[in-house]
Design a protein around this ligand. Structure first.
Ligand code: DX5
Ligand code: ZN
Length: 218
C-alpha cells in the first residue's frame, strides 16, 4: 500500500485550506509540512501556526518535516498545534533517543531523515524505535529540484535494513518525486511518497495528480 504525502511548500498559500481538501479527495494519506530555519538549510518556510490553521480543515495526518538545527526546541509547539508526526534529521542529532522518547511519550509518530550525503546505515540502530525513515532524494532546502540519480540504490539499501530491523517502519522519499520517479522509488522499496511541485503544480490540478500518482504506483 503506497501513501502520498503532498508537500504544501509547493502550494498557493492564499488557497491553502481549499488545496488541502483537494488532495484529501484525491486520496492523499497525509499532509507534508516542510519547516526550515534558515540555518540547517538556507531557506525559511513555516512554523506551528500553519499546522494550527490546517488542523480543523482535514482529517489527514499532519506530518512535520523539521529541517532545523535544533529540533528539540520545536517538539512541544508543533505537537500542541496538532501535528501527528515529526520527522527530524539524523545530521543534527548525535543521539536521537531522548527526542524519540519525548514524541512517542505523547502518543505521536516519529521519523528520522537522512540527507543525500549521509549513509542510510546512520539510522540503522534506531529503526526499531521509529515509525518512519525518510531518505532525502534531493538536498533539503528548496522545492522543485531534480531527483538525485543515486537515490534508488540508497532506497534499496534502506529497505533492506528496515526489513531486517523493523518491517513496520515506513520508508519515505522526499524531493523531485513526480510521475516518473514515483514508480522508480516504490520499485526500489519506498512506500510513502512526498511530492510538492508534481502535485500542486500539476496542470490537471492536485486532486487528479494524487489520483494519477496512486495509479502509477499501485
Ligand atoms: C525539500 C523538502 C521537500 C520538497 C519537495 O527541502 O523537504 O519536501 O518541498 O518538493 P518537490 O516535490 O517540489 O521536490
Ligand atoms: Zn520535506
Amino acid at each position: 500500500m503506497i501513501s502520498i504525502a503532498p508537500s504544501i511548500l509547493a502550494a498557493d498559500f492564499s488557497r491553502l485550506g481549499e488545496l488541502v481538501r483537494e488532495i484529501e479527495l484525491g486520496g492523499a494519506d497525509r499532509v507534508h509540512v516542510d519547516v526550515m530555519d534558515g540555518h540547517f538549510v538556507p531557506n525559511l518556510s513555516m512554523g506551528p501556526i500553519v499546522v494550527k490553521g490546517l488542523r480543523p480543515v482535514t482529517r489527514m495526518q499532519l506530518e512535520v518535516h523539521l529541517m532545523v538545527t535544533d529540533p528539540t526546541m520545536f517538539v512541544e509547539p508543533f505537537l500542541k498545534s496538532g501535528a501527528d508526526s515529526l520527522i527530524v534529521h539524523q545530521e543534527v542529532l548525535p543521539d536521537p533517543r531522548p527526542l524519540i522518547r519525548a514524541v512517542r511519550g505523547q502518543g505521536k509518530r516519529i521519523g528520522l531523515a537522512v540527507n543525500p550525503g549521509t549513509p542510510v546505515e546512520a539510522i540503522e540502530a534506531y529503526l526499531e524505535d521509529i515509525d518512519l525513515a525518510l531518505c532525502m532524494t534531493v538536498w533539503p532546502g528548496f522545492g522543485g529540484q531534480s531527483f538525485l540519480p543515486e537515490s534508488p540504490e540508497r532506497i534499496r539499501a534502506l529497505r533492506k535494513l528496515i526489513e531486517t530491523r523493523n518491517p513496520k517502519c515506513e520508508l519515505e522519499v522526499d524531493g523531485g518525486i513526480d510521475m516518473k520517479t514515483a514508480p522508480t522509488s516504490t520499485s526500489a522499496g519506498a512506500n510513502v511518497l512526498v511530492a510538492g511541485t508534481s502535485i500542486f503544480g500539476a496542470a490537471v490540478g492536485p486532486r487528479a495528480a494524487v489520483q494519477q500518482m496512486l495509479k502509477l504506483t499501485s
